[in-house]
Design a protein around this ligand. Structure first.
Ligand code: ATP
Ligand code: MG
Length: 162
């Protein structure tokens, strides 16, 4: 587990870009946090870092937005806040996703219908900024976290738990 203090929106975007640069070829990321915690800000910066240039819409009503990537894969940005039940995910036709990357806001609402997370990002309000707690969900997530911990420009607020 690794924690960061994100003092402003720029810091949230920097974390998104750093996660994009260090991510393994295929990854599933759950973005946890209350309304306004910064999940979409992080996701947008992540997609920009991967070369997505057009509008990055919040998938608030569509549940998912899909972006082809220059690498040949695809990024899926999901926001499950308004999903009726987890079964709705099956109707989105994501099984065929050459899912290089899944960025999932409100993942608890999709529960068992989602692929398991490689990385959990937990964002929360912290004074005028935000805290970010990163936890691996898989072996590839563990290795990824070690790469992220080499980060220099972000202020680390706590040591990884032993
Ligand atoms: N580190 C930060 N410090 C202060 N404000 C921030 C920080 N990161 C993001 N914000 C601001 O928080 C607001 C909400 O961000 P965002 O829309 O990304 O939240 P969200 O978690 O996606 O919310 P929702 O659950 O409603 O989709 C934005 O105005 C954004 O600029
Ligand atoms: Mg959002």
């Amino acid at each position: 587990m690794t924690s960061f203090f994100l003092e402003d929106e720029t810091a949230t975007r920097a974390l998104g870009a750093r996660l994009a640069r260090t991510a393994p070829g295929q990854s599933v990321v759950y973005l946890h946090g209350d309304l306004g915690a910064g999940k979409s800000t992080l996701a947008r910066a992540w997609l920009r870092e991967l070369g997505v240039t057009g509008t990055v819409r919040s998938p608030t009503y569509t549940l998912v937005e899909r972006y082809p990537l220059a690498t040949g894969g695809e990024a899926l940005h999901l926001d499950l806040y308004r999903i009726g039940d987890a079964g709705e995910l099956e109707f989105l036709g994501l099984d065929d996703a050459r899912g290089a990357l899944w960025l999932v806001e409100w993942p608890d609402r999709g529960a068992a219908a989602l692929p398991p997370a490689d990385l959990h990002v937990r964002l929360a309000l912290d004074g005028e900024g935000r805290s970010a707690v990163l936890a691996a969900g898989s072996g590839s997530g563990e290795a990824w976290l070690r790469r992220v911990e080499e980060v220099g420009e972000l202020h680390r607020i706590s040591e990884p738990n032993p």
